[in-house]
Design a protein around this ligand. Structure first.
Ligand SMILES: Cc1ncc(C[n+]2csc(CCOP(=O)(O)OP(=O)(O)O)c2C)c(N)n1
Ligand SMILES: [Mg+2]
Length: 556
């Protein structure tokens, strides 16, 4: 038995897990531990203004670094505040560990007491009830093991009186890494591959969709080779976007956000090969994107049933890169020269068809969001980190070109607004070079605007571009379609430049798109976060919104 209080020992175990950055909001339940964390050499602790935001920052930190995100909240209200962040992390399969206090184990009554485990369980996250002074190492290890290996967010609940007791367990901590199998790349089954080769040889119009698993496996070059060998066009999921932007046979993103030409090509497809893509409801646009295609899925973890739909017709369980290389090899052995979907005419159609050619009348002093994105795409260097906001405006930024999927950060799996400012802060904290841009809607940004104070206090540098339609755009378009009063979703265009200045930061209300290039030079030449408040038309509806409205809402 040592004299070290449990909270000190727990901080050391987090450091042993490789944690170097913590996003925190203090209360009784976590303040001793968080202070001990701050005293660890090299540990960076960011103190947020809302617990939800602390968790979302940790998620952004993961998105930028691949390391487990770590946040901390107090017991009771600290935990109830984070249910949206946990639900988002669960759906996005983000390794996140949240150190939460629990109400004192020896108290007869405590005003913040709540049964935390079922609150956390309802979000799909894992809860570790740390009630034994002896088993503290096991608890921390379990939290990191579940977060990392099962890719499931985990909340560690430690009663705060117990945290002050002396630690009674073994002195040496064995980190979770020792318990995480590293089986290497899984090769595909040759018999299943032979069936895929048959399908490719019989296909006239094959399309490949590559997803996050393909990015993580480093499969991009191998996929382009397979596409060439099989005559397939190329597409990506939203998290994989940008992967093939330089390839003339790439149609960009698949799914609800797909361009006109991508939809046209998918409508004719007779074979779709999904690689490292789980084929969510959104990727297949609820089943409407490629109704005629036979679907092959190459994935380490094929799901079969996905979002209430049959995900594929033939499943190859394999690592994306290993599976694709083996498939190209098998195809080359049998190929008699397939051209598939590829021709000069197709490449020309892809190059020349506008993403969306619908016309709208744009009120004076506002901009077409499509022109705004084109200008931002030209002005913002291609290697900067791009964080995607939510709401209706998020469609437009999807069509920025020539950027790597690793530089896009999009965590929208739970469909909640209000996360992206914090996610961008986590990315910016990880990068520390100011080359981080958040493109966000006005409503979503206002939901947690208090974090501008955190930005100022910690000197976090990022650029925020607000596509400001003065409304909850996602709602007004649907209300208008149904002929219902839209005034409850219209608020007027908030003056974000003044808000930024009020927090001691920089802001500009943009009046002409020609301002953006000099504004970027200005932003780069100094050290503060900056907001560009760009008024956009509330008339321009995205093709996705138009289709959703035509179908009568349903799931969007
Ligand atoms: C937490 C949460 N509350 C409410 C909603 C419903 N909702 C979806 S989009 C949206 C409007 C977002 O407005 P803004 O950020 O300005 O983006 P816009 O749609 O105007 O482009 C709302 C209220 C939601 N998705 N999540
Ligand atoms: Mg808006």
């Amino acid at each position: 038995m040592s004299d070290l209080p449990i909270y000190e020992m727990l901080a050391q175990t987090f450091a042993s897990e490789g944690v170097d950055t913590l996003f925190n909001l203090m209360g009784d339940g976590n303040m001793h531990w968080a202070t001990a964390m701050a005293h660890i050499d090299g540990m960076r602790v960011y103190h947020a203004r809302h617990e939800h935001c602390a968790c979302a920052m940790a998620m952004g930190y993961y998105s930028a670094t691949g390391k487990t995100g770590v946040a901390s909240v107090t017991c009771g209200p600290g935990v109830t505040q984070i249910t949206t962040a946990l639900s988002t992390a669960t759906r996005a399969r983000i390794p996140l560990v949240v150190f939460a206090g629990e109400s004192p184990i020896d108290a007869k009554w405590y005003n913040q007491a709540i049964d935390q485990a079922p609150v956390v369980a309802s979000t799909g996250a894992h809860y570790v009830r740390a009630h034994s002074a002896k088993l503290m190492h096991e608890y921390v290890r379990e939290a990191f093991y579940v977060a990392r290996y099962k890719r499931r967010p985990t909340v560690l609940g430690v009663p705060y009186d117990l945290q002050k007791a002396p630690y009674a367990g073994s002195p040496k901590y064995k980190p979770s890494a020792a318990y995480i199998p590293a089986p290497g790349r899984m090769p595909p089954n040759p018999e299943t591959l032979a069936q895929v080769v048959d399908k490719i040889l019989a296909a006239q119009q094959p399309i490949i969709i590559a997803g996050r698993g393909a990015v993580q496996s480093g499969a991009q070059a191998a996929i382009e080779e397979l596409a060439e060998a099989s005559g397939a066009l190329l597409a990506t999921t939203l998290p994989g976007r940008g992967m093939f932007d330089r390839n003339p046979f790439s149609v960009g993103v698949a799914g609800g956000f797909a361009s006109d030409v991508a939809r046209e090509m998918f409508a004719q497809a007779d074979l779709v090969i999904a690689i490292g893509a789980s084929l969510t409801y959104y990727t297949v646009d609820g089943g409407a994107l490629f109704p005629k295609a036979f679907v092959v899925q190459i994935d380490e973890r094929p799901l079969g049933l996905r979002d209430g739909m049959l995900a594929g017709d033939l499943f190859v369980k394999a690592d994306a890169k290993a599976g694709v290389e083996a498939l190209t090899h098998a195809l080359r052995k049998r190929d008699v020269g397939t051209t598939g979907y590829r021709s000069e005419q197709i490449a020309e159609r892809i190059a020349k068809t506008p993403i969306d050619s619908a016309e709208f009348s744009i009120a004076p002093d506002t901009f077409d969001p499509r022109s705004v994105i084109t200008e931002l795409d030209a002005v913002i260097p291609k290697d900067w980190e791009m964080v995607s906001g939510s709401g209706h405006q998020s469609y437009f930024q999807t069509h920025m070109r020539g950027r790597r999927p690793e530089n896009f950060h999009v965590l929208r799996e739970f469909g909640a607004i209000g996360n992206s400012l914090s996610i961008a802060m986590g990315v910016a904290a990880a990068r520390g070079n100011g080359k981080v841009v958040l493109i966000e809607g006005d409503g979503s940004l206002l939901m947690h605007i208090q974090e501008l104070e955190t930005i100022k206090r910690h000197g976090i540098k990022l650029l925020i571009c607000v596509l400001n339609d003065g409304a909850y755009g996602a709602e007004i378009h649907k209300l208008r379609q149904d002929g219902i009063d839209d005034s409850g979703a219209i608020f007027g265009r908030t003056d974000f430049a003044s808000i930024a200045k009020g927090f001691g930061l920089r802001g500009t209300n943009v009046t002409g798109l020609v301002q953006l290039a000099p504004l970027l030079r200005d932003y780069e030449s100094q050290g503060l976060m900056e907001i560009w408040n760009i008024p956009i038309s509330d008339q321009v509806t995205s093709p996705r919104m138009r289709r959703v409205m035509a179908r009568g809402h349903g799931v969007i």
